[in-house]
Design a protein around this ligand. Structure first.
Ligand SMILES: Nc1nc2c(c(=O)[nH]1)N[C@H]1C(S)=C(S)[C@@H](COP(=O)(O)O)O[C@H]1N2
Ligand SMILES: [Mo]
Length: 197
């Protein structure tokens, strides 16, 4: 059987598919462990470490400027999905609400359910990174990270934390869940930064 889950890129798309990746037809769900179910009423988002500790509610997030984003999505298990349409809030807008110490060089992303992933400040605070609460015009389904997930388009999707609920600012790099288990610290798809060995 041919072509049930994957498809060949058109010539124009070809240039947008990183080495070793294949285009998926659907939108697979990739989760380690159970899917947390969190209502927006009980939802909370915290910052700590090398930042003034603060807690935000769902309405604090929704009060920030909302934008539509179109971004390609690359999972290290070799599927990519081009042109995913999201609605969300820019990381650069959220960052203005908090006081981050100048010594902070890295961030640990924390999630409901206990997943973590590390990212440098340079890779995190970029104009094209965002917190998403809708995908393809619908509220983000729980299995894709709803009510809110991070999306970091320029890195493999394991850095795009689902159910994100906190940022821990760090002076030095620490490793998140997959990074401790052998995934690359940074995970840049065009350089095929898949594994740490
Ligand atoms: N909290 C959490 N975030 C996560 C994961 C996870 O297991 N838990 N998986 C990561 C991986 S490996 C990928 S490829 C993407 C998958 O997102 P999707 O399930 O919406 O396709 O989420 C990332 N974010
Ligand atoms: Mo992934």
């Amino acid at each position: 059987m041919v072509g049930k889950f994957f498809r060949k890129p058109t010539n124009q798309e070809g240039e947008r598919v990183p080495p070793g990746q294949h285009l998926t037809k659907g939108f697979p769900v990739l989760t380690y462990g159970a899917t947390p179910e969190i209502s927006t009423d009980e939802w909370e988002f915290r910052v700590w470490g090398l930042a003034k500790p603060a807690t935000f509610t769902w309405s604090d997030f929704l009060a920030l400027p909302q934008h539509e984003f179109t971004a390609d999505f690359h999972c290290v298990t070799r599927w990519s999905k081009l042109d995913v349409k999201w609605t969300g809030i820019k990381v650069t807008d959220f960052i203005k609400l908090i006081e981050v110490d100048a010594k902070a060089d890295h961030v640990m992303e924390h999630c409901y359910g206990g997943y973590t992933t590390n990212i440098s400040m340079k890779d995190f605070v970029r104009e094209e990174n965002f917190f998403a609460f809708q995908v393809f015009g619908e509220p983000l389904p729980a299995e894709h990270g709803g009510p809110l997930r991070l999306v970091v388009p320029h890195l493999y999707a394991w850095k795009s934390a689902k159910w994100i609920n906190g940022l821990e600012f760090l002076e030095r790099e620490e490793l998140g869940f997959w990074e401790r288990n052998g995934y690359h610290r940074r995970g840049e798809p065009w350089a095929e930064e898949r594994y740490s060995y």
